[in-house]
Design a protein around this ligand. Structure first.
Ligand code: NCD
Length: 301
């Protein structure tokens, strides 16, 4: 059985195969949408213990495009609200024998815990600050399309890297794909250590941005912060926001953001909506073919 709980579940050849397959689906969707229904008669359950717009919808669209049925478990109307434990909840869902479960959860390694107990493939749609593997894969696909390669590119992850599962999965994936990685963050949002080596760190945007090919901005994830030492939004924007003036320091750079954006905090309106520099909506579009490739990989293993 194949799960996708984190980037290191994947071998190098799995990563290449997934990105190639995702590109194939992206091309097919662009050319009229004819794809083989490789998940016909499969039933997938989504379990989102945390809010989501783009991740949940694109997983659902991906499953539908491959012919699967999707059933949503809903936290608000679930028996969790009657004090059922997490373990009883997942054993109950597992007893219905779904073909796969897609999960987002605030607890560290919740998808790993589920993968040992539910008897079906588990696909991680984001856990704690630890991993969001499909976001990293769709980001890699987006970079590959825009720049033609990943190896040798200088890619900066900026802002709240410490609390970001998107950053954590991207650092793992992009370093394996040969990118030169930078992290630009104030001390209080800088991770204390990294799981991969060779990352250059900067606390000053104006020093970290020159020479970048890709700039990935991140939201301040206040819901995961334990200390309250983050400055107000206006001060943060002045110090760490990506603006037209700052982007001029890296004139060839393309800008990414996993969403949801906080405009006027980590990113200005004109950069978020920039017609040539922003890849942000391309990332959203690429979520569907990437998740099609992941579901196909996990369910047809
Ligand atoms: C993020 C998430 O939930 O991990 N968004 C996403 O899935 N595209 C990032 C965030 O919440 O800031």
């Amino acid at each position: 059985m194949k799960h996708l709980t984190g980037i290191n579940d994947l071998s190098d050849s799995d990563i290449t195969a997934l990105l190639d397959k995702a590109q194939g689906y992206a091309d097919a969707l662009n050319n009229g949408g004819k794809v083989e229904r490789s998940l016909k008669r499969k039933t997938i359950i989504t379990m989102f213990f945390e809010n989501s717009t783009r991740t949940r919808l694109s997983f659902e669209m991906a499953a539908h495009k491959l012919g699967a049925s999707v059933v949503n478990w809903d936290l608000e109307t679930s028996s969790v609200k009657k004090n059922e434990t997490f373990l009883d909840t997942i054993l109950t869902v597992g007893a219905m024998k779904p073909d796969a479960v897609i999960v987002r959860h605030a607890e560290f390694e919740a998808p790993v815990f589920m993968s040992r107990r539910m008897g079906c493939p588990i696909v991680n749609a984001g856990d704690s600050w630890r991993e969001h593997p499909t976001q990293a894969l769709l980001d890699a696909l987006t970079i590959r399309q825009a720049k033609g390669r990943i190896e040798g590119l200088t890619i900066a992850l900026c802002g709240d890297v410490a609390h970001s599962r998107v950053a954590s999965s991207n650092l793992a994936l992009l370093s394996r794909l040969g990118a030169k990685l930078r992290v630009i963050a104030p001390d209080f949002l800088m991770p204390q250590k990294f799981s991969v080596s060779g990352i250059e760190t900067f606390t000053d945007m104006d020093k970290g941005l020159p020479g970048c090919d890709i700039i990935m901005m991140l939201r301040n994830q206040k819901e995961r912060m334990t200390t309250g030492n983050i400055p107000d939004d206006t001060t943060f924007h002045r110090q760490y926001g990506l603006t037209t003036d700052r982007l001029a320091l890296a004139p060839n750079a393309l800008v990414m953001h996993p969403g949801p954006m906080n405009r006027g905090v980590e990113i200005s309106d004109d950069i978020a909506d920039h017609p040539t520099h922003s890849l942000i909506l391309k990332q959203v579009t690429n979520g569907i073919p990437t998740r099609m490739a992941v579901l196909d990989y996990c369910l047809n293993y």
